[in-house]
Design a protein around this ligand. Structure first.
Ligand code: IPM
Ligand code: MN
Length: 359
């Protein structure tokens, strides 16, 4: 029995969450476990009514669950930053979800913007550090609103933060790298940094990466790429990548590129993971206000988020089955990944995946 907190959130979040839950329940029935779901109304509407984003009492509540499924956060009537910081980033920081795991996987039948690249070429994972770097909010203004105003925002990393992220990435590469999955000769971990300019922060990352790799993960091939070059190779030779580990800001940026390379926001999912605590899974596409309530948004990203949740909970067989069902639906059924062009409604896509899982 898993206790799952569900935060449908804003915009199309509730519509896609319903479909993810549908698939979760189908997997539970099929594989003999139970899910006990509790819904929370954190999001733009609640904020408009009460002025509350994610209160401390809400964080305390969330700590009691085995995992969290999040739909989307972002409301057209609320100034950008309030809900993102108050809900999403607050949950990540308070629950110490120090890993943001973002698979970049092109499924069969999904149109890819890269010429001559197919599912065998686009199959890697980004391990983004999720609580440090530029996101700590360290910095401030001096002489604000004068012509000499100074703004400083620091990328903060401690050795401890870097080490725990690297450890997760090395372990992940060992368990799910290309060799482990029978897809290549080696399990490879690439550090994505900027050692030629950010000579403190990424020097720390690089030293920690090499020390840990040499002493504990000699079986894993280590590579290094600057972040700008990473973007270039993600487009030109995505097949080079296996597992990439990087800091928070670079990870934010390269995973949006990754989402496009894998076929767009309709399919891209991520996990905010605390390996020792409560993790939170989300489609990364946002609340898509213009599609809200129409039943045309693609729920596959939310379903893939639920799939990642199953994997993290240790339900590997169920997770594999959901992934196969998604591949079947993208490969055999959907006409497009785009909202309104799928050839099916949101709930029909959920049905297709759930039925395949139940088979
Ligand atoms: C993401 C988002 C968030 C981030 C925003 C909404 C705060 O872009 O999950 O990648 O920057 O981490
Ligand atoms: Mn982002």
């Amino acid at each position: 029995m898993y206790k799952i907190a569900v935060i449908p959130g804003d915009g199309t979040g509730p519509e896609v969450t319903v479909e993810a839950v549908k698939v979760l329940k189908a997997a539970a029935d099929k594989f003999g476990f139970k899910v006990d779901l509790t819904e929370f109304d954190f999001g733009g509407e609640r904020y408009k009514k009460t002025g509350e984003t994610l209160p401390d009492s809400g964080v305390q509540e969330l700590r009691k669950f085995d995992a969290i499924l999040l739909g989307a956060i972002g409301h057209p009537d609320v100034k950008p930053g309030i809900l993102e910081k108050g809900i999403l980033l607050k949950a990540r920081f308070e629950l110490d979800q120090y890993i943001n795991l973002r698979p970049v996987k092109l499924y069969p039948g999904v149109p890819c913007p890269l010429k001559d690249k197919g599912p065998e070429d686009i199959d890697f994972v980004v391990v983004r550090e999720n609580t440090g770097g530029l996101y700590t909010g360290t910095g401030g203004f001096t002489m604000k609103d004068t012509p000499h105003e100074v703004a400083v925002q620091s990328a903060v990393y401690t050795r401890h933060m870097v080490d725990r992220c690297l450890k997760y990435a090395f372990e992940y590469a060992r368990k799910y790298g290309k060799k482990a999955r029978g897809k290549g000769k080696n399990n490879t971990l690439a550090l994505c940094g900027k050692t030629n300019v950010l000579t403190y922060v990424y020097d720390l990352w690089e030293r920690a990466f090499n020390e840990m790799g040499e002493s504990e993960y000699a079986d894993i091939v280590r590579e290094y790429y600057h972040v700008d070059a990473t973007c270039m190779w993600m487009v030109k030779n995505p097949e080079w990548f296996d597992v990439i580990v990087t800091g928070n800001m670079f990870g934010d940026i390269i995973t949006d590129l990754g989402a496009m390379v894998q076929g767009g926001m309709g399919i891209a999912a991520g996990g905010n993971i605390n390996p020792e605590g409560v993790s939170m899974f989300e489609p990364i596409g946002g609340s898509a206000p213009k599609y809200t309530g129409k039943g045309i948004i693609n729920p596959l990203a939310a379903i893939c988020a639920a799939q990642m949740m199953l994997e993290t909970l240790g339900e590997d067989a169920a997770a594999a089955k959901v992934e196969d069902a998604v591949k079947y639906v993208t490969g055999e059924k959907l006409e497009s990944m785009q909202a309104g062009k799928m050839g099916y409604s949101t709930s029909e896509v959920g049905d297709l995946v759930a039925e395949k899982v139940a088979e």
